[in-house]
Structures are given as structure tokens and as C-alpha cells.
Write a new protein. Structure first.
Length: 90
């Protein structure tokens, strides 16, 4: 899991600095789940898509869709996790 807050559709600069220092294929063979918290769903979706692409560029096997949490959901992390788990299990 790679988690970050999002603002204006982008993940945090601190995370970018960290990931930029990883060598090519640093995440080869790793299953990655992008996790994004934001104030609006559009911001979360945009940041999750960009983060997923970056993790993929680093060689990670990124899950089909990441986990996003928006606004009021941020106070109920167990509910967000349960909803996500139900969605990926089918």
C-alpha cells in the first residue's frame, strides 16, 4: 500500500520526492495498492490514477483500482476498508 493525501488532483510532494529516488524497477514483483485521501472524489480519482501509473513505471503490479477516501469518509476508516474489500472480492 502506498498512501497519500491529495490536493488539486495530485499526490503529495513528499511522496514524489521519495519515489523519485527509487531506481528503475525498484518495485518489480511487488503488488501495489494506491491509497488516496482527498476532499472531493474527482481529486482522489485523479491522484489515484497518476499514482498507479507511477507505481507501474517502477515495476509494481498495481491492482486494478486503488482505494480512495473522501471528506466525511475519512472519519470512518473501517467502513472505507470494508467497502473496498467487498468491491475487490466481488
Amino acid at each position: 500500500m502506498v498512501a497519500t493525501p491529495a490536493a488539486r488532483g495530485a499526490y503529495s510532494g513528499a511522496l514524489k520526492v521519495l519515489l523519485d529516488h527509487l531506481p528503475a524497477n525498484a518495485l518489480a514483483g511487488v503488488v501495489a495498492v494506491p491509497v488516496v485521501a482527498a476532499e472531493a472524489q474527482t481529486q482522489a480519482d485523479a491522484a489515484e490514477a497518476v499514482l498507479a501509473r507511477l507505481l507501474s513505471e517502477l515495476g509494481a503490479d498495481v491492482v486494478d483500482f486503488g482505494l480512495t477516501a473522501v471528506g466525511p469518509e475519512l472519519t470512518e476508516p473501517a467502513s472505507v476498508a470494508a467497502t473496498y474489500a467487498a468491491a475487490i472480492i466481488g
